[in-house]
Each structure stands twice: as structure tokens, then as C-alpha cells.
Write a protein that binds this ligand. Structure first.
Ligand SMILES: [Zn+2]
Length: 308
């Protein structure tokens, strides 16, 4: 009896030992499997980020892998601008990418890109984007109403020829019709200006006062929006165009222009983005769709393009 009991006990101990070894083996196996998966994933991740276009430029600019992965995952990241993103010292990834996309890291006129295609009415014309030499829009139309030349007392005098591109003309008439129903009588005081006119203006000032002076007060030829036929300087109800923001009615203009495809091109709080001083009178046509996006986001045209 005693012997039999002893035998059973022995068998039990052996079984427990086997079970224990089995459990340890399973645990070890699970541990190595999980570790393998984790290293696999992380190596996949590191090799992924390192193979992203622009990684080397971003890394040699002193950015960490974490910062780089945030930058390259943005929808408006452009790999060809990687070195510029790295050099632009703004902590927030979104701001860094947006600001570089808006050329805020560049010196004005240091990198001029010629806009060859004028079918896109949202095209940028600024200190980095220029119209081709001698550019004349093919579809200019003369404004037969809602235009005037201000006299010395800023009252409307004769209508001199003010021209806009056809699409802009149609939108402008629609805009003015709507405004007049609110007793806001908008008048254009400037529209299209020729390349040669701008060249004459800039060259004269540059030769007399120097390039720095000319650049401060005048756009270079091909780089004035007025050369595009896509913008209009306005006044309303006979006020001095320079002071329209102080009068009732201007608020309506600001809040409704986008419905007709126009944006205030050089807002007061965006001088660092547009690189132009505030101009309450200068409205740019970009089409209704883009104008709504710009208005809703409180963007400039630079930011509209920079978000892409
Ligand atoms: Zn203007």
C-alpha cells in the first residue's frame, strides 16, 4: 500500500514538473515572438522614414526622426523643399511647412518663378512669382460702369478706361450690383496696368533713388498683380480710397466679396506673409471656390497655395 502511494506521488510530481517546463517553454516562445514582432515593426518604421524623399536634408538640418515623421506626413509637404524646412527654425511642424511653402524663408526677388500659364485665376503674382516679360492678358474688357477716376476731392470724375479680364469683369459687375442694393456704390479706380507701365515706373525710381527704394514702393515689372488683369482697386460712395475701411459699408464688402470670387489681397495682419503693406482697397479675383476657402480659413493667397 505504502509503495503504491509513493509511486502515485512520484508520478504526480513528474507530471507537475512536465507541466511547469511546458508553461515556461510557452512563455519563452511568446516572449520571443512578441519581441520579434515589435522589433520588426519598429525597424519597418525607421527604414520607412529613412526612405522618405528629403529625409537626409531634414536630418542633416538637425531634426529628430520624430520631428521628421511629423513633417513628412503633412499633406502639403514637398520633398524638394526639405532643406528649406530644415533651415527654417519654427518648432511647430505645420507652421514650419506652411511658412516655407509661402516663401517666408526667402528674400524677396531672390527666387523668381515665371507664371507661364494664366488659365489658373488663383495664380500667384508676388515677389517670388512673376508674369512673363511683356505679358498682356488676351481677354481684357473695358469697364463701362462701376468705374471712375477720383478727382482731387476724391469725388468720381470721368471714367477713364479701366480694364479687367473678362471673367473678372463679369464677377465684378455682379459684386457691384449686389453692393448697390445695400446702398454701397463701389467704383473701380484701377484695374489692369501694362508690363511696360510697371517697368517704366520701377526703372525710373530705381535709377533716380536706387533699387531698394524702388522695391519698397513699387512692384517690379511682371510682379504687380495689376499686370494680370485679375485685381481691382476700389472705393465706394465717393470716399477717399485710402480711407474706405473707416466707413460704414466696408464691413459688408469684406464679408461678401468672396461670394463673387474676390479676396482682400493684402490684409493688415498678414504683411509677413504677403510681403506687402496693408491695402484696404486692393481686391483680387481668384474665383468663387478659392475665395470661399481663403475667406473661411482667414488665409492669404500665399497660404491657399501653401496648404497644398
Ligand atoms: Zn492695387
Amino acid at each position: 500500500m505504502k509503495r503504491k502511494r509513493k509511486k502515485i506521488m512520484k508520478k504526480r510530481t513528474r507530471n507537475r514538473l512536465i507541466l511547469l517546463i511546458g508553461v515556461i517553454l510557452v512563455l519563452l516562445l511568446a516572449f520571443f515572438m512578441i519581441r520579434g514582432i515589435v522589433t520588426g515593426i519598429s525597424s519597418l518604421f525607421t527604414s520607412d522614414i529613412q526612405s522618405v524623399e528629403g529625409y537626409e536634408e531634414l536630418q542633416s538640418g538637425g531634426l529628430t526622426d520624430e520631428e521628421i515623421s511629423e513633417i513628412v506626413s503633412l499633406p502639403n509637404y514637398h520633398s524638394e523643399r526639405a532643406a528649406r524646412y530644415a533651415a527654417w527654425d519654427v518648432k511647430d511642424a505645420k507652421e514650419r511647412v506652411m511658412q516655407v511653402n509661402c516663401d517666408m524663408d526667402l528674400e524677396p526677388y531672390s527666387n523668381t518663378i515665371i507664371q507661364e500659364d494664366d488659365t489658373d485665376v488663383t495664380m500667384l503674382i508676388n515677389k517670388f512669382y512673376a508674369l512673363p516679360e511683356g505679358y498682356v492678358p488676351a481677354d481684357l474688357v473695358s469697364l463701362d460702369k462701376y468705374a471712375c477716376v477720383q478727382g482731387e476731392d476724391f469725388s468720381c470724375q470721368d471714367v477713364e478706361q479701366i480694364e479687367l479680364r473678362k471673367e473678372v469683369y463679369d464677377a465684378y459687375i455682379e459684386f457691384c450690383d449686389a453692393a448697390s442694393k445695400e446702398n454701397i456704390n463701389i467704383r473701380a479706380i484701377a484695374g489692369y496696368r501694362s508690363y511696360d507701365y510697371q517697368a517704366g515706373l520701377w526703372n525710373y525710381n530705381a535709377s533716380v533713388y536706387g533699387e531698394a527704394y524702388a522695391d519698397e514702393y513699387y512692384a517690379r515689372p511682371g510682379q504687380s498683380e495689376h499686370n494680370s488683369g485679375l485685381c481691382v482697386d476700389i472705393t465706394f460712395n465717393g470716399y477717399n480710397y485710402n480711407e474706405i475701411e473707416n466707413y460704414d459699408g466696408y464691413e459688408w464688402i469684406l464679408n461678401n466679396a468672396h461670394k463673387y470670387g474676390f479676396i482682400l489681397r493684402y490684409p493688415k495682419d498678414k504683411v509677413d506673409v504677403t510681403r506687402y503693406g496693408y491695402e484696404s482697397w486692393h481686391f483680387r479675383y481668384v474665383g468663387k471656390e478659392a475665395a470661399k476657402v481663403i475667406y473661411d480659413n482667414d488665409w492669404t493667397l500665399e497660404e491657399y497655395h501653401g496648404s497644398k
